[in-house]
Design a protein around this ligand. Structure first.
Ligand code: 13P
Length: 286
């Protein structure tokens, strides 16, 4: 199996300053499409699951689907749990084969977040897994998690202290980014990424990827955002390609499910390949 540790994937990307695309997959078809794009581009890729998707399938069944679909893939893949404030789900996914987890305890005060994240890191190490940490909410609700309120940004010193004392492998800073489509072009604090990477040496995770400009991606990746999250673009591509296909099915009164699936798979794979290329991930498989 081509499944590799999250830390290995991100440390390589940070050293060579490219971004690994991390797609929030929603079902088997979207997993297949993202994997097909990664194989086509010879790129490492991260498949991430929201807590909602884990609950929808049940953890063992979702892992079974991942295992079956990744079996013949010959590029590095890693399975990550996105924003999860629930320690029970964290433990369940770590025990069940996930390669890394984002313990999202930003609603706790920083001291309690630090204490619990340290425990999650110790737990992850027991299964060879890795941890993304977060002390500031990323604006926007995604799969029932989060808030539309702007988050409180912690000082650089607080963030650096959190990273070094907990031992997290990757960190999700709030830099003016937000989940979902941006209502206006975001003004990002890119310098914060540079400062955090210089102070800690660990890769940053760029959340809220959908809607950022090519220049913003390129700049943030050069500064050390080695993990670049894309969720809304995948969902919209999946739904809109389906809608387009179903409209023509209705017009022609022709109803063939496999043709619909092929159409959606191709659209999602195309979207994924475009992001992989833009982030500099093509040809980086090892
Ligand atoms: P988008 O929904 O804006 O692509 O953000 C994805 C993300 O950051 C997942 O955690």
């Amino acid at each position: 199996m081509p499944v590799v540790a999250m830390k290995e994937m991100l440390d390589r990307a940070l050293a060579e300053r490219y971004g690994v695309a991390a797609f929030n997959i929603i079902n088997d078809l979207s997993i297949e499409a993202v994997l097909a794009a990664a194989v086509q581009e010879r790129a490492p890729v991260i498949l991430q699951t929201s807590v909602k998707t884990v609950r929808q399938y049940g953890r063992p069944r979702l892992f079974g689907i991942f295992e079956a679909l990744v079996e013949d893939v010959d590029v590095p893949v890693t399975l990550h749990l996105d924003h999860c404030p629930d320690r029970t789900v964290i433990s369940d996914c770590l025990a069940g084969g996930w390669n890394s987890v984002l313990f999202d305890a930003h609603e706790l005060d920083v001291a309690e977040n630090r204490r619990q994240t340290t425990e999650v890191v110790a737990e992850a190490r027991r299964t060879g897994a890795h941890v993304e940490g977060e002390i500031e909410g990323i604006q926007g609700v995604e799969d029932d998690i989060g808030s539309d309120d702007a988050s409180t940004v912690q000082s650089l010193e607080t963030a650096v202290e959190f990273i070094t004392t907990t031992g997290v492998d990757c960190f999700a800073p709030a830099i003016g980014n937000a989940h979902g489509q941006y209502k206006q072009a975001p003004i990002l604090n890119a310098q914060r990424v540079t400062d955090l990477v210089e102070a800690t040496g660990i890769p940053m995770a760029l959340h809220g990827g959908t809607g950022l400009s090519d220049e913003q991606f390129t700049d943030l990746i050069a500064r050390g955002c080695a993990k670049v999250n894309i969720s809304t673009a995948l969902k919209e591509t999946f739904m809109k390609s389906g809608l387009q296909f179903l409209r023509s099915s209705a017009e022609n009164d022709k109803w063939d499910p496999p043709s619909l699936f092929r159409h959606q798979r191709a659209a999602v794979a195309d979207m994924a390949a475009r992001h992989i290329r833009l982030f500099g991930g093509s040809g980086r498989a090892w």
